[in-house]
Write a protein that binds this ligand. Structure first.
Ligand code: ADP
Length: 649
């Protein structure tokens, strides 16, 4: 058992060591002798001249690919200038031999068909066994020498001209002629071959291939009229002096000659006169090339690497040209790139942009703070509301709880009175009568306070309902006032009642009107000294009735005349006042009047007296309410209750 186990372990250790050794040797093989700090020398052979966009993009891709790990790279450039002059192979060979025969390059990059064809001729003599990366190769059947074949790998372009043709056919459905402005370069020749093949697919459109050296010759060869032809720009032409003309100028010349849209599939041809089209991306090809260069410098064997074939393109357009030819941007393929688009943001100067961004950031911050504050306040408000509801509920409950025992005390006292009257009880001491009266009065005061609290709570909670019926308001006001007459006179105050009319029927809650009157009268009594007057007047105002309760009492200061209608507010504070009261009366009175659709106001002068003016609308009840007759019906008892907080002198 023990022996079996240790054999297993030994086998495992052997396997692990084997795996580690193989992995390391594979890794070491890939990275053999790769010292990333020693200088690398790369020769880049371009067929064009140095200011070509295309070459610049390929080079930036190579640099990008290598810079990740190779910090010390020396790039040497050689331009064949094939567009400007015809290549003389013997001349090139001589030139290259003198320049490069004794140079050792780690890598050679050739940037298109022409460059590769030249290298093919001189490779064995000058650069034998140096690894080569070729790029942007259009000629798929180019035969390389055996040595070069073995030491080279690259990126081949597979761009299909059909993409450009079908795009233009879709954009201009009446196009009858397409002028293809090509030249005599290898890639132009390859494109021309492809266009010729495609002609059979498009019966209604003639493909006119123009391949020449001079611009005048090219212009003469353009076909089609101003309405139904378009031009494709690719070739580079010379003027009559043999000077290469730059692409912007050629575009303008061709445009003025044909007055028709110019399209292209080459990035180098994008300018404000050329609309654009499906563009082969130099950057993309540069990246792919850079990746191959990196792998070779990293020790990978060229012979085991495969060519990369690139067929990707992007729809790129020039804003000015789109505008010039009235091409609607909405009709362009999705994901199209529009160069030079004058979006509002682009036109704004940098400093202004920074300020705008700063302002937006500050505003956003302020809005966030504001929203947070609002949310916080809402939370507090909700909490306060919840607390208020809880308090109101508590008030309602406690008030009801207080009223029950109080009613029992009051009815017991009333029963006692009855027994007294019937002679069933006799108090031997007069002081007991007085104490019993004080007991009654204070119980009533408590009951009044509790009733007011319950009503206010109900009004707040929206549960307070008036019990309307059609009543003669004049009669009701007069009766309740006259019921208080004795009481008022006992206080040595004169009560003078007067009315303009005897009958005015309207829809009111009689009990509440009586309470309003008694509250105003009780206040008038409280704040009017002996010998003073209280006037109750009724005025007819057609659709309204006006009732005033006026006294010649102490009056109310101007600045207090509004706050007395607020709940629990009194003119004098608890410590200085000499009259009892809770400060609820006027607030409740005002609410009751407003519930009738009326209004209450006060006019008062200090030392002269106060006048409370009620105005109530006269209207008939639509339907009769069920009036709760449980309320106290005995006017004397109502007076006792409402006047219970007036001091007996
Ligand atoms: P209270 O129960 O304290 O009387 P009210 O709401 O009825 O409460 O009155 C509020 C305050 O208004 C009184 O405390 C008093 O200061 C003032 N007030 C009311 N009526 C008169 C009046 N006729 N003359 C002078 N002051 C008055």
């Amino acid at each position: 058992m023990k022996g079996k186990c240790s054999a297993k372990y030994i086998l495992m250790i052997i396997l692990i060591s084997l795996f580690t050794t193989i992995s390391y040797s594979v890794y070491a093989n890939v990275n053999k002798n790769v010292d990333k700090d020693t200088q690398k020398k790369i020769l880049i052979i371009n067929s064009y001249h140095f200011d070509e966009t295309w070459e610049a993009q390929i080079f930036s891709g190579i640099k990008e690919g290598l810079s990740k790990e190779f910090k010390n790279v020396e790039y040497n450039f050689e331009y064949l200038d094939s567009k400007r002059s015809t290549l003389d192979l013997n001349e090139i060979k001589k030139n290259f031999t003198s320049k490069f025969k004794n140079q050792n390059y780690d890598l050679i990059v050739v940037c298109n068909d022409e460059a590769l064809m030249v290298l093919n001729q001189i490779y064995n003599d000058i650069f034998l066994d140096t690894p080569v990366v070729y790029t942007s190769i259009n000629k798929q059947d180019l035969k390389l020498g055996e040595n070069l074949e073995e030491h080279s790998v690259g990126v081949r372009e597979q761009f299909l001209i059909s993409n450009a043709i079908s795009f233009v056919i879709k954009t201009h459905n009446n196009v009858k002629t397409m002028n293809f402005m090509l030249d005599n370069t290898v890639s132009s020749k390859i494109f021309a071959e492809e266009i010729k093949k495609l002609q059979s697919k498009y019966d209604n459109c003639k493909f006119n291939i123009i391949q020449c050296e001079y611009i005048n010759e090219a212009l003469e060869k353009t076909e089609g009229n101003e309405k139904n032809s378009v031009n494709f720009m690719y070739g580079v032409y010379k003027d009559e002096n043999g000077q290469i003309i730059d692409r912007d100028t050629i575009s303008t010349i061709v445009y003025y000659h044909t007055k028709r849209e110019l399209y292209t599939w080459s990035e180098s041809w994008l300018n404000s006169v050329v609309v654009g089209g499906p563009i082969i991306e130099g950057i993309k090809i540069g990246e792919l090339t850079g990746d191959l260069c990196y792998r070779i410098l990293n020790g990978e064997d060229v012979n085991t690497m495969y060519d990369i074939s690139n067929s990707s393109f992007k729809y790129v357009f020039y804003y000015e040209a789109l505008n010039n030819f009235s091409i609607n941007m909405k009709n362009l393929p999705s994901n199209s790139i529009v160069l030079n688009h004058p979006s509002v943001l682009k036109k704004i100067p940098m400093e202004l942009k920074a300020t705008i961004i700063l302002i937006i950031a500050i505003l956003t911050l302020l809005i966030i703070i504001l929203l947070l504050r609002i949310e916080y306040k809402n939370k507090l408000y909700k909490q306060a509301l919840e607390y208020e509801n809880l308090r109101t509920e508590f008030f309602a409950n406690i008030s009801h709880e207080l009223r029950t025992p109080l009613n029992i005390i009051l009815s017991t006292l009333q029963l006692n009175d009855m027994h007294l009257k019937n002679g069933e009880i006799v108090y031997k001491n007069d002081a007991i009568y007085k104490r019993m009266d004080a007991l009654k009065q204070n119980s009533r005061r408590l009951l009044k306070l509790i009733n007011n609290l319950i009503d206010i709570t109900k009004i707040d909670a929206g549960y307070f309902a008036l019990q309307y019926e059609n009543i003669n308001i004049v009669e009701v006001v007069e009766d309740i006032t006259m019921s208080a007459a004795n009481y008022i006179e006992r206080k040595n105050i004169n009560l003078i009642f007067d009315t303009e009319i005897e009958d005015k029927v309207g829809c009111f809650d009689q009990d509440k009107i009586e309470r309003v009157m008694l509250n105003l009268l009780s206040n008038a009594i409280k704040f009017t000294p002996q010998g003073g007057d209280i006037f109750v007047n009724i005025y007819d105002e057609d659709k309204w009735i006006k009732i005033t309760v006026k006294d010649t009492g102490i009056g109310i200061p101007k600045d207090k005349q509004q706050i007395i209608f607020e709940r629990f507010r009194q003119v004098e504070n608890l410590l200085t006042r000499n009259q009892e009261g809770s400060g609820i009366g006027l607030s409740l009175t005002k609410s009751l009047i407003e519930m009738h659709g009326g209004e209450l106001e006060v006019k008062s002068e200090i030392g002269q007296g106060s006048e409370f003016i009620i105005r109530l609308p006269i209207k008939e009840c639509n339907r009769k309410c069920v009036v709760d007759k449980n309320t106290i019906n005995n006017p004397q008892e109502k007076i006792n209750l409402e006047f219970s907080d007036i001091y007996d002198d």
